[in-house]
Design a protein around this ligand. Structure first.
Ligand SMILES: NC(=O)CC[C@H](N)C(=O)O
Length: 354
């Protein structure tokens, strides 16, 4: 399981691989940005629903986990108080702008973002492409709210701060820390609706583990630590819709999307990014009109490959490779906001971007 790159990471940072001693270490300064989610959830008094996500403000959330003091000096700011199903381009922009400020602030060593788990992978991936990677940027959430017997928020938050405070986490992709496991933004995916082990990286696996004694990365740090793309200057970002493929699919949803003025369509195709004859014809016509068509898949793992059952070269389509539909959408929005419209160039980015 441990590759040679782990050994090199170990030798570079040998003190950090040993059991942690909170007392003897000088503490890092960690900026915690709260956005909402179950980790900020509150039990519902009217009892009609289990709980409301996103209620607790940053200061109260941090104060509710006194053990964080053992890990780092915390500075907390509330970015939003939402369930992550309501994450918006405007909030993504605000969050990224604050992180970019923190990158240039020598008094901050790492950044932790508390977030709802439903769209955490999209925010993580967005940030991964627009912020730099010198300082650790970690997203964390909870599957169960405070007050439930199996509440996981406090433990996850302690783990996330611990990783953000570690020199081992520098020059890494934006990460998600959940359930003792460290994932990279590009490959992490919510794979279970309610289980505590909800996050996995079906194609790539986790990049590390964290527990009360250790942080262990299974891969070397990134060779390049600059942001891949400029942050879009304004929200909303260019409109890109996801269309889900299924049996007896016609072109109606695609035609509707075109009427709404989409700049791109992500196909959550069947199998290797496939779809019905009717839907395909409509996508071909859209591509001829300059709409960017990216073939992704509704299948949770595997690659979408070019020119297998569908002639992508002839149709001027892009394939998402291992990016799922929701992350393909974020990437295409970033590219369109950066005035990248050539399908050749877009394909190259989908194929090579970390
Ligand atoms: N476990 C969760 O965080 C889900 C709560 C909510 N739907 C959200 O994503 O914010």
């Amino acid at each position: 399981m441990f590759s040679s790159s782990v050994l090199s990471a170990t030798s570079q940072h040998s003190t950090d691989q040993s059991p942690m001693s909170h007392q003897s270490k000088e503490q890092a300064n960690i900026l915690v940005l709260t956005t909402g989610g179950t980790i900020a959830g509150q039990a519902n008094n009217d009892k009609e629903l289990g709980y409301h996500a996103g209620q607790t403000k940053g200061e109260a959330l941090i104060n509710s986990v006194p053990a964080l003091k053992n890990e780092a000096h915390i500075k907390v700011e509330t970015i939003s108080q939402i369930g992550s199903q309501d994450m918006s381009d405007a909030i993504l922009l605000k969050l990224a702008q604050r992180i970019k400020q923190a990158e240039n602030d020598p008094s901050i060593n790492g950044i932790v973002i508390t977030h709802g788990t439903d769209t955490m992978e999209e925010t993580a991936f967005f940030l991964n492409e627009v912020v730099s990677h010198q300082k650790p940027v970690i997203l964390v959430g909870a599957m169960r709210p405070a007050g439930y017997a199996s509440a996981d928020g406090a433990a996850n938050l302690i783990d996330a701060v611990k990783v953000a405070a570690s020199p081992l986490a520098k020059n890494r992709p934006v990460m998600v820390v959940m359930n003792d496991t460290i994932f990279a933004a590009r490959s992490v995916q919510k794979m279970n609706t309610t289980n505590l082990e909800a996050f996995q990286a079906p194609n790539a696996g986790p990049i590390g583990i964290v527990n009360s004694e250790h942080i262990r990365f299974y891969s070397a740090p990134l060779a390049h630590n600059q942001a891949s793309f400029k942050l879009p200057v304004k929200a909303p970002f260019p409109r890109v819709d996801i269309i889900y493929s299924h049996v007896q699919m016609d072109a109606a949803l695609i035609e509707d999307a075109l009427k709404r003025g989409v700049k791109g369509i992500i196909l959550a195709g069947v199998g290797d990014g496939n779809t019905s004859t009717d839907a395909l014809r409509s996508l071909q016509n859209a591509a001829k009109r300059g709409i960017i068509i990216v073939r992704s898949t509704r299948v949770a793992s595997g690659f979408v490959n070019r020119n297998v059952e569908i002639n992508d070269d002839q149709n001027n389509f892009v394939v998402s490779e291992d990016l799922n539909p929701q992350k393909s959408r974020i990437l295409l929005q970033i590219l369109l906001a950066n005035n990248i419209h050539s399908t050749l160039e877009i394909q190259k980015i989908f194929s090579t971007l970390y």
